[in-house]
Design a protein around this ligand. Structure first.
Ligand code: LLP
Length: 427
């Protein structure tokens, strides 16, 4: 991660700017995002996959107008999974044909908006949706490009995957019980649909890429069945997102180039074996692009030592700006960011200010024993699924996102105010 870097003088910086100065200017808590890093990650994915593949950034990781513009400029496409994300993408000028719409329960209204806007791809997730999208498209006199999300029976998380994973989940149509093949049969019959490919997403925060290989193998297997049964070769496959990032020093993420080469090889080999033309490949990284670009900056409020146990360090945010520790037992690291200290390390737990004992930001961390109210703490790798999953629990005001580029910082999502909260309260 390039965010929250300590330079030779011991100053913690984001995009070259001292976080202490950023705290003075923008307040805490705040998400500090390195725009160059975000763009560099976009380019790394784009270059790794080349011109004969597409990279769809998964907007659920973190989305706002500035991000949409960066994606547009860097030549990435965008995966949205809700009307809100679609509205943000269109508002910020992402061309509709570069947007893919996901979701396991898209309403007719949402589908209508997407088809009217001309989105490049809708990823079909159920039997009902096949009919729903076809009807909308026919009514609008259009033929909508669609992919079918298939559940390949691979479940991958971090360092392990299970190739015979149970299909007991809400997304997609299963290969194993013939639902996917049946969905293809139905989709091919409908005039409103142009079935262009198959989609698979196997999990998140994955380091072991063999799960993708098994998924690719099974997806190509269905492409072959489709060719044999219907005489059509679908021209696209999407292998989803899920690439892991380094939250702590124990994590060892793969580079986009490695992923791209691996996927390309396996797809090419499988297609050659099946006598199929190699389809256009796409992927949907979210976390791997947004995650490492951002750190959250907090101010320490109270320090409470529990003798023989640990020291509880309370910061001015918590589960409302980062639910991941409470929800997934996620691991983060933390750095004293406002000064250097030679004090002995103490075992600390960084907690938030919410009325819940589970309100933990960093479960176990060593911080200098002279830590005191007013110190700043930086938690790196909070760019994905932190602001996007932030809440107003206890009427917390969601922190701003500050983007740093070329030595200048600007707010791209402003801090919420009490007026924002009260505006919705119309009783
Ligand atoms: N494509 C599809 C269809 C997805 O469902 C997801 C994530 C992605 C792409 C992007 O996955 P990524 O590259 O970001 O791992 N809230 C959880 C993560 C949920 C991911 C859901 N789907 C977390 O904070 O870890």
């Amino acid at each position: 991660s390039r965010t929250a870097v300590r330079d030779a003088d011991g100053v913690v910086t984001v995009g070259g700017l001292d976080v202490k100065k950023l705290a003075e200017e923008f307040g805490t808590p705040a998400y500090l995002l390195d725009e160059d890093d975000f763009r560099a990650r976009c380019r790394a994915w784009k270059e790794a996959f080349g011109d004969d593949a597409d990279v769809f950034y998964a907007g659920k990781a973190f989305l706002c107008r500035a991000v949409v513009r960066w994606l547009h400029e860097e030549g990435l496409n965008l995966d949205v999974c809700s009307p809100g994300e679609l509205a943000t993408a269109l508002d910020a000028g992402m061309p509709a044909e570069r947007i893919a719409l996901h979701g396991n329960n898209k309403t007719t209204e949402e589908i209508t908006r997407a088809v009217e806007a001309g989105v490049g791809r809708i990823v079909l997730d159920s039997m009902q949706e096949i009919v729903r999208v076809a009807h909308v498209a026919e009514r609008l006199g259009k033929r909508q490009r669609v992919q079918l999300r298939v559940t390949v029976g691979v479940e991958a998380h971090t360092h392990e995957f299970i190739a015979t994973a149970h299909e007991d989940q809400k997304f997609g149509l299963a290969l194993a019980d013939g639902q996917a093949a049946e969905a293809v049969r139905r989709a091919l019959k409908l005039d409103g649909l142009e079935l262009v490919g198959l989609h698979s997403h196997i999990g998140s925060q994955i380091f072991d890429t063999s799960g993708f290989e098994v998924a690719a193998h099974r997806v190509v297997g269905l492409l072959k069945e489709i060719r044999d049964e219907h005489g059509v070769e679908l021209p696209e496959i999407d292998l989803g997102g899920g690439l892991g990032i380094a939250y702590t020093e124990h994590d060892d993420p793969r580079e986009p180039r490695e992923i791209a080469e691996g996927l390309r090889q396996i797809v090419t080999r499988e297609c050659a074996a099946a006598g199929l033309a190699v389809p256009r490949l796409s992927v949907e990284p979210g976390r791997a692009i947004a995650g490492p670009t951002t750190c959250t900056l907090y101010e320490v409020g109270t320090v409470k030592e529990l003798p023989g146990l640990r020291t509880y360090v309370s910061v001015d945010g918590g589960m409302s700006d980062n639910i991941r520790t409470a929800l997934y037992d996620a691991e983060y690291s933390v750095t004293l960011a406002s000064r250097t200290s030679d004090a002995e390390p103490m075992l600390a737990r960084v907690v938030g200010k919410h009325c819940e004992s589970g309100d933990i930001v960093v479960r176990d961390a060593f911080l200098p024993a002279d830590l005191a109210p007013g110190d700043l703490l930086a938690v790196p790798a909070t760019g994905a699924y932190c602001r996007s999953m932030a809440s107003n629990y206890n009427h917390a005001l969601r922190p701003p996102v500050v983007a740093v580029k070329d030595g200048a910082a600007r707010v791209i999502v402003r801090r919420e105010t009490e007026e924002d909260l009260l505006r919705l309260d119309v009783g």
